[in-house]
Design a protein around this ligand. Structure first.
Ligand code: CA
Length: 77
């Protein structure tokens, strides 16, 4: 049988792994990576070219990662 201390240790470890992953997703590096991929994939139209596409992609990533962070009781960035 698993003791309560072991369960707590597992829970804390799992939480810290998740928080580390969410922090990585909140980083500028990840946001820029997604923004670049979106800007390359989406055809450019007047008024909605790569710069605008990158801004929109970053806002979407930000919204998603903020939701994730809040679900883990972490700070949004
Ligand atoms: Ca584009």
């Amino acid at each position: 049988m698993i003791g309560k201390k072991v369960l707590k240790w597992l829970k804390d470890m799992f939480k810290s792994v998740l928080e580390g992953q969410v922090k990585r997703l909140q980083s500028d590096a990840f946001e820029n990576k997604v923004a670049d991929a979106v800007a390359i994939a989406v055809p450019d139209v007047p008024g909605f070219g790569d710069p605008e596409q990158r801004v929109l992609a970053k806002q979407i990533v930000d919204m998603v990662t903020d939701e994730l962070a809040e679900s883990l009781n972490m700070d949004a960035d």
